[in-house]
Design a protein around this ligand. Structure first.
Ligand code: ATP
Ligand code: MG
Length: 585
């Protein structure tokens, strides 16, 4: 709820105007029955035509106030709800950009999507319904009963008693319904997760002929949702029927007492219809408010889920950057200075038992290529992620141009690093729009140059060239093409450090060699970090870091390591024997 108030605050004016308009609408509605009773009691009973016309004109005014208020109120409520939902969605997305990997894992992609889309729709609809149906209720009840009391106090008391009984029933129903709605929201989350997984993994499912298995899994989740939804609808149906029943009872009670009161000359005949209208109006609003209130626990659950994201303090926070930027700038002028350095850096995932990386000590220097090799799962990609500050070290430090990365802002750090992730991901759009991700103002020539260096000549052969369409994730390109496009994207950026995480693995040996040759010129003034599985890719690096289970077991050139490092020799031997020898260069 705090979250809602926070996001309503900027729209204070709109909230006030909307409430005022809804109030006017209800005032108009409440005036009509009394006016009608007056017109009938005085005008028709005495045959005073002028009184009837006057009364009619007043009623017309009140109805216009009510209907004008209703139309404007609906528009304003919708506008307010859309603005608030938009702001919360923006805040969720903005916060998610600051998440570290483990922050993300807390929620998962499916849940993040449900929270932004479905949850916010629920909140949006609830705001509209609450403004129109719930907020006017106290006003309508109090004024309605008061007007009925003015007509006849006994009738007013009857109306108050009926209202109290119906209110109690409504509250009991709402309290009982809340857990089912909470469950419903969790099930939507679950459906989203399972559906996403099976849609994205559809090829694997087919390849392993697991269609039946997946169908069963999905059916289970859908059935769970269906049975909860049926329960909810049964409840709505029950509430609906009970409300109409109570309305009828109230009608009978009003007519019965009204008849008696008229018989006792305590009130006039047309006043019965006024009280009846007040009774119906109040009961209708209670019924509608009850329906809305039934969904409010769900909206609250949605808001709470949004708060979990928006209020999460990201694990990785910016440092006070100024000094570091200055240091980096000064360091640029020197020759082979350290760009990135690991100093006794140790890292452990929060859910892991052992260190993923342990006591790393090495430096990536400007103008030099540093390579990291190691078996799968040895921690190579994690090294890159520490440099980019997707994670923070648990011990020791990582520095960039002499400044601890934790003291820099993430933006200024990442601005100076060009990163090719292990899993090449492209965005839907065109080749050009993807390349401009690396440099917004890039010219066509710059793009063509980057593509040339990245050995992505295939783009020229596409009918649309740079404007060729890229599907979400880049799935309309082959693995190797995607890799080259993501290398070109990184090259669009003029960085101090270029990180290639296993970026040459999907390339054939010839392209791999040509690309690395072209890269030499391109990255001459920067430090380069190449993560690879193939010895041939890193053979000529200035220094090679050999990782084994997160520990550096060798550091030196290819020749030095062949001489001194048994782990490196074993990797090299296995690749030579495997036929992946170095006749490729
Ligand atoms: N989010 C995570 N939570 C917990 N453990 C993780 C997480 N990501 C990676 N790991 C573990 O950290 C270790 C190192 O992973 P990393 O991705 O750095 O390996 P890698 O050397 O790049 O492997 P590959 O050659 O297959 O890319 C692995 O054992 C992995 O299980
Ligand atoms: Mg990796």
């Amino acid at each position: 709820m705090r979250l809602l108030l926070r996001f309503l605050r900027p729209h204070k004016k709109l909230v006030a105007i909307t409430l005022l308009v809804v109030l006017l609408d209800n005032t108009g509605t409440l005036l009509v029955p009394t006016m009608l009773a007056n017109m009938v009691n005085t005008g028709i009973a005495t045959g005073d035509f002028n009184h009837i016309v006057q009364g009619g004109a007043l009623m017309l005014g009140a109805s216009m106030l009510a209907s004008g208020g209703a139309i404007t109120g609906t528009y304003l409520a919708a506008r307010l709800a859309s603005n608030v939902a938009r702001d919360i969605r923006d805040a969720i997305y903005e916060r998610s950009l600051a998440f570290s990997n483990s922050d993300f894992e807390r929620f998962g992609t499916g849940s993040m999507i449900t929270r932004s889309l479905n949850d916010m729709n629920v909140v949006q609809q609830s705001i509209i319904a609450t403004i129109q149906m719930v907020l006017p209720l106290p006003f309508l009840c109090i004024v309605g009963i008061f007007m009925a009391c003015l007509i006849d106090w006994q009738m007013g008391m009857l109306l108050a008693a009926v209202t109290a009984v119906v209110m109690v029933i409504a509250v009991v129903t709402i309290v009982n319904a809340a857990p089912i709605f909470m469950r419903l929201q969790k099930l939507i989350d679950r459906m989203n997760v399972v559906l996403r997984e099976s849609i994205i993994g559809v090829r694997v499912i087919r390849a392993f002929t697991k269609e039946r298995h997946e169908e069963r899994r999905l059916d289970e989740v859908f059935s769970d949702y269906a049975s909860s939804a049926i329960k909810v609808n049964m409840m709505f149906a029950g509430v609906d029927a009970a409300s109409f029943f109570l309305m009828n009872i109230a009608e009978v009670a009003v007519l019965w007492l009204g008849g008696n009161r008229v018989g006792a000359h305590a009130m006039e005949i047309a006043s019965i219809s006024a009280v009846l209208e007040y009774a119906m109006l109040i009961l209708f609003y209670i019924m509608a408010a009850q329906m809305v209130a039934l969904t409010l626990p769900r909206a609250k659950a949605c808001l709470d889920r949004a708060s979990e994201v928006v209020d999460l303090v990201p694990e990785i926070r910016d440092g006070a950057d100024a000094a570091c930027a200055a240091k980096g700038a000064a360091a640029d002028a020197r020759g082979n200075e350290a760009v990135a350095a690991f100093d006794h850096a140790t890292f452990k995932f929060s859910d892991a038992d052992e260190d993923t990386l342990h006591d790393l000590n090495f430096t990536c220097r400007r103008g030099q290529t540093t390579a990291i090799i190691g078996s799968t799962g040895s921690g190579k990609s994690t090294v890159a992620k520490l440099l980019l500050r997707f994670h923070d070290v648990t011990d020791g430090s990582v520095s960039f141009c002499d400044a601890d990365v934790r003291a820099m802002t993430q933006e200024s750090l990442r601005d100076r690093i060009a990163y090719v992730p292990q899993k090449a991901w492209l965005f839907s759009g065109t080749v050009a729009s993807n390349l401009r991700f690396g440099n917004e103002g890039a010219t066509e020539d710059e793009m063509r140059h980057a593509l040339e260096v990245a050995q992505a000549g295939f783009v020229d052969e596409l009918p649309d060239g740079l404007q060729a369409r890229v599907a979400q994730g880049g799935t309309n390109f082959s693995g190797g093409q995607r890799q080259r496009l993501s290398i070109a994207r990184a090259l669009m950026k003029h960085a101090d450090l270029y990180i290639f995480d296993d970026s040459f693995s999907a390339l054939d040996f010839k392209t791999d060699a040509a690309l690395r040759r072209a890269l030499v010129d391109e990255t001459r003034d920067a430090a380069v970090l190449i993560i690879a599985q193939r010895i041939s890719t890193i053979l000529h690096a200035d220094q090679i870091v050999v990782l084994k289970d997160g520990v550096v077991v060798g550091l030196g050139t290819h020749e030095e390591l062949m001489r001194d490092c048994a782990v490196y020799r074993a990797i090299a031997d296995s690749q030579m024997k495997g036929g992946a020898g170095d006749d490729q260069r």
